[in-house]
Write a protein that binds this ligand. Structure first.
Ligand code: HEM
Length: 137
């Protein structure tokens, strides 16, 4: 009987081609667009009676968008070889992610503050972009 030899192990990168910096960035932006659309729709319909179709799409888009932002954000950190411990701009972006992540539930509960949320989301997203572009600390 022939001796059994172990099969050669394929490198994970040989099965799934690694994603490029630009692909991660596009994905990151897709996540950002989805989350901002979801929050815009939710804020615009805040206080409306009953659960509309938009309400459901907004919930799904917000949740999926957040996952995509985080996944692609970490991919970008790897591609940029950002070392551990992460610099301040990454920590600020993680905090913004948490705030934007909890915002949908807060918008739903505090319909009276819809206009405040509107500008808060614009400000947070702008700050996240600024942190990525200028990396001030
Ligand atoms: C809701 C929260 C977030 C928003 C709105 C946001 C927004 C953006 C935008 C607009 C860019 C593109 C900047 C450019 O054109 O170069 C960007 C890039 C980036 N983001 Fe985010 N981001 C968020 C969360 C995160 C998180 C949580 C991480 C880390 C896990 C992250 C890591 C990065 C990195 C590494 C880049 C690339 C920077 C570079 O190319 O030099 N972002 N983000």
């Amino acid at each position: 009987m022939l001796p059994l030899r172990p099969l050669p192990q394929a490198e994970p990168s040989a099965i799934i081609p690694p994603m490029s910096y630009l692909a991660y960035k596009l994905l990151h932006l897709v996540g950002v667009f989805a989350v901002l659309m979801a929050l815009g729709a939710q804020i615009a319909s805040a206080g409306a009676a009953g659960k509309s179709r938009i309400h459901k799409i907004a919930g799904l888009c917000h949740a999926l968008g957040l996952v995509v932002i985080l996944f692609a954000g970490f991919g970008l950190l790897v591609r940029l070889t950002v070392p551990w411990p992460w610099p301040g701009w990454v920590l600020v972006k993680l905090l913004i992610w948490l705030l934007i992540g909890s915002s949908l539930a807060l918008v739903r509960r505090q319909a009276a503050l819809a206009v405040v949320w509107w500008w808060a989301v614009v400000g947070l997203a702008t700050l996240a972009g600024y942190m990525a572009l200028y990396k001030p600390f």
